[in-house]
Design a protein around this ligand. Structure first.
Ligand SMILES: [Zn+2]
Length: 273
């Protein structure tokens, strides 16, 4: 799953590898996928994208945006794998392939579910609430992402919320998914189902600092160690709250796993309050 930290790293890598390349051919849905969501018929992608050059690459929340000629962009988000390789190594098990003018290709595979969109920014703004949200917020690693802004955007002062509801639902912080959330909460020593009205100020501050820190670490360490980059290399961020770990790295007690608000959350029942 591409969460915000991975999106930042993949954006950097795409900038380095793809910027300036011209798309010469596009092949869609070589393997049809029920949960590959396109905003236009597959044929449109194959018609519109050839002869466009990748002018720049941007990241907004968990979205990776390839900016092309004439104000068009190609947007990717959620559970996708990108593989940059020589043409001969492209498989037939993909949902999209971009062939470039350097005999290399970007093969894109959807894992559980993924979105691929093409259009001009104002069209995407109008038609896609996720896109609009991702482009409207302040990035957690931006200086303008203050504690006040964090509390306001996550509704952390609203009485009925729980911490997971506040931080990781309804795109309050676009791209902050379960994986990132678990480590944020572990470092902040707060449980996912904790009622926000019981949080002390120091805990709100810990959540804020931890949010910035975990996202920054995932980015700096080129993704989590359960994600691949464009060249097939695993990320170096060692996920703290991982199923494989089993026990808490601080107190050594068994970690709890709880199904909560769409997805399992792992936490330490002893260290997190
Ligand atoms: Zn613990």
């Amino acid at each position: 799953m591409i969460e915000i930290g991975e999106a930042k790293w993949i954006k950097d890598q795409m900038s380095e590898l793809l910027k300036g390349l011209k798309i010469i051919r596009v092949s869609m849905l070589n393997r049809p996928h029920k949960f590959c969501f396109l905003n236009h018929p597959a044929h449109d992608f194959e018609m519109v994208l050839p002869n466009k050059t990748i002018q720049s690459v941007k990241q907004s929340g968990n979205m990776i945006r390839l900016l092309l000629d004439y104000g068009r962009e190609l947007v990717f988000f959620e559970d996708l794998i990108f593989e940059y390789k020589v043409n001969e190594r492209v498989t037939d098990k993909n949902q999209m392939v971009l062939y470039f003018d350097n005999e290399m290709a970007l093969e894109i595979k959807v894992k559980l579910y993924g979105f691929i969109q093409v259009g001009k920014s104002d069209e995407l703004m109008e038609k896609d609430i996720y896109y609009k949200r991702a482009l409207s917020v302040i990035d957690p690693l931006d200086e303008a992402f203050t504690l006040d802004y964090f509390i306001q955007e996550t509704h952390l002062n609203e009485p009925k919320h729980t911490v997971k509801m506040a931080l990781a639902t309804e795109q309050k912080i676009p791209g902050l998914g379960n994986g990132t959330l678990q480590d944020i909460l572990f470092n902040a020593k707060v449980r996912p189902d904790r009622k926000v009205e019981t949080l002390q100020d120091f805990e709100k501050n810990a959540l804020y600092e931890s949010t910035k820190q975990v996202i920054s670490q995932i980015y700096q360490q080129k993704g989590r160690n359960n994600n691949h980059d464009l060249l097939g290399k695993m990320g170096q961020y060692d996920v703290i709250m991982s199923k494989d770990r089993g026990f808490c790295p601080i107190c050594q007690c068994n970690l709890n796993e709880k199904n909560y608000l769409g997805g399992k959350v792992i936490f330490c029942p002893h260290c997190q309050k």
